[in-house]
Design a protein around this ligand. Structure first.
Ligand SMILES: [Zn+2]
Length: 164
């Protein structure tokens, strides 16, 4: 769980007066365990299609290996993990579990697309998705040769959130 003790403990350990006031609004909201405030702040750091209420929130901040990150050094955390912790109001330990993207988009941070999974489940899902995407690419390649003007080649389908 992300709390004052384990997330920003090093600030309080420095013993300098006013350390909390010097933090940014995100860090303060995390320390207060204010889930809705944390989500609003992180949402503002995402690019979101205003026309689509179910659209992915695509992280615009720091990215490593395809995943969004907040913080630096001791406070460096995967943004989508912090989103899910915030959505659960920081009440439950998710430490060893993976936070899985149902939409398959690593940069996505909308709480509705995130779910807890064991590492085994997460890996199995990812491998299944990879095989599925490869199969689609192969079939599209064949269709492109057989019927280059086919309607199916014109638009990509949305991820099937309820099936994954
Ligand atoms: Zn998404």
């Amino acid at each position: 769980m992300t709390t004052a003790d384990d997330f920003y403990g090093h600030y309080s350990l420095t013993g300098k007066a006013g350390w909390y006031e010097r933090l940014g609004p995100l860090r303060q909201a995390i320390i207060r365990c204010d889930g809705p405030a944390v989500i609003q702040i992180l949402k503002a750091r995402c690019s979101i299609d205003p026309e689509d209420p179910g659209a992915c929130w695509l992280w615009k901040g720091a990215v490593r290996a395809g995943y969004g990150y907040i913080g630096r050094k001791e406070t460096n955390r995967l943004a989508h993990r912090v989103v899910l912790e915030a959505a659960r109001s920081f009440i439950q330990e998710i430490g060893g579990l993976s936070v899985h993207h149902k939409c398959g988009i690593r940069l996505c941070g909308i709480p509705e697309h995130l779910v807890l999974a064991t590492h085994a489940e997460n890996t199995a899902e990812m491998l299944g998705r990879r095989a599925y995407l490869q199969r689609i690419a192969d079939l599209e390649g064949a269709l492109r040769v057989l019927a280059p003007g086919h309607l199916l080649l014109a638009k990509a389908p949305r991820p099937l959130l309820n099936d994954m």
